[in-house]
Ligand binder design. Structure first.
Ligand code: NAD
Length: 348
């Protein structure tokens, strides 16, 4: 069968190609570039279509669709969250995403997003820390040493100059894995036996655990004044990581309040609990950190605009490279109304 040369093909970035691209770009450079794309989109936050993600919950996990558009491009991510998966040899979080042209509605990119989600989440955390963490923060406690943990650590190193990370996980094997992976990457790694030990001397406390319950990874008395909390793991109804008392003592920064009130740490608080939207800080409309004793808390759940930024980055980055293959996923007959004729000709 002959294929018309102007066939509408869609660039597809596989996991293998994504990994090649990350190595080619250098992971820290890619985290910085992604943070720039996310920051750019947070600065034009108001023009995006926004909706809390569409979630389908089961007893063991959640499957979500995360759509948004800036009027020129439309993007969505498919992502799951299944904390029990690791015990079955599967990832907790996997994802893929698509970017389309709003003018034609045609997809312009399909990509794996499991790696890309880890990168964009870490880049967003570090971008938030740039505005919220104590100036000159050098040490981070990393509680939860699973799939996201090395990315979180490296983004803080690349973007705010983190020098030391103190690891803790309830599963010592996860801590050993994380420490091993971070070896030789230019950051001091201290493995700890308790969460209390991990937070000693840390100016940034990152919680990135996976458990479908109201967990208390940090209790109120563990959090002293002046720290920045980067709370990543509480991102689903019924799934939190922080004692409510910490929220009352903190200035809480969120991505998109209607989604975070359902999914974030603040689901524990009254509906009118005061929060600041991170985009307002980034656009200079509201202050971030204002004092040395202030506790800042980024209640991260992951919002569609961050995925849109990551998709936009990949679309731009793969142009002229071989980090993708073309997919024949659009039936695009020469005569647009002759879809049936195209089918008949294919039989010949
Ligand atoms: P993972 O399953 O690979 O790792 C989670 C780790 O948490 C495991 O090593 C587990 O042993 C540890 N853990 C569980 N309970 C703990 C406890 N009480 N104390 C200490 N450690 C504990 O998961 P992951 O891919 O690293 O993701 C972590 C969490 O982050 C998930 O809940 C995921 O949904 C969330 N996440 C959020 C975003 C976002 O944008 N906010 C993005 C990606 C993932």
């Amino acid at each position: 069968m002959t294929q018309p040369s102007d066939k509408a093909l869609v660039p597809f970035v596989s996991v293998d190609n994504m990994m090649r691209l990350i190595h080619h770009a250098g992971i820290e450079q890619m985290l910085r570039d992604l943070a720039d794309y996310v920051e750019e989109d947070f600065k034009r936050w108001e023009l995006f279509d926004k909706t809390p993600r569409v979630a389908s919950h089961s007893d063991v996990g959640v499957i979500e669709l995360m759509p948004t558009s800036d009027g020129e491009a439309y993007g969505f991510k498919y992502v799951n969250g299944h904390p029990k998966n690791t015990s079955e040899g599967l990832q907790t979080v996997t994802a893929f995403g698509l970017l389309a042209d709003v003018y034609t509605g045609y997809p312009v990119l399909l990509t794996e997003m499991t790696m890309l989600t880890a990168l964009r989440t870490a880049a967003t955390s570090a971008m938030a820390a740039k505005y919220l963490a104590p100036k000159g923060a050098t040490t981070m406690a990393m509680i939860g040493n699973g799939a996201q943990s090395e990315f979180q650590t490296l983004a803080m190193k690349a973007i705010i100059g983190l020098k030391s990370v103190r690891l803790y996980d309830k599963d010592a094997a996860a801590t050993r894995k994380c420490a091993r992976n971070l070896q030789g990457l230019g950051i001091e790694v201290v493995s700890c036996k308790t969460p209390e030990e991990a937070i000693e001397g840390a100016q940034i406390l990152t919680t990135c655990t996976a458990d479908k319950q109201y967990a208390t990874i940090l209790t109120d008395n563990m959090v002293g004044s002046g720290v920045h909390i980067n709370a990543i793991g509480g991102d689903c109804p019924g799934k939190t990581e922080l004692a409510a008392g910490i929220l009352s003592r903190s200035d809480v920064f969120v991505e998109y309040p209607p989604q975070t009130r359902i999914e974030g740490e603040i689901q524990q608080m009254p509906e009118d609990f005061a929060v600041t939207e991170l985009w307002e800080v980034i656009s200079g409309k509201k202050p971030g950190r204002t004092g040395d004793r202030q506790i800042t808390l980024f209640d991260s759940v992951g919002f569609a605009i961050e995925d849109f930024s990551a998709l936009r980055y990949i679309r731009d980055r793969i142009k002229g490279t071989d980090y993708f293959i073309d997919l024949d996923m659009l039936a695009d007959p020469d005569d647009p109304r002759d879809l049936f004729g195209m089918l008949q000709r294919a039989k010949a």
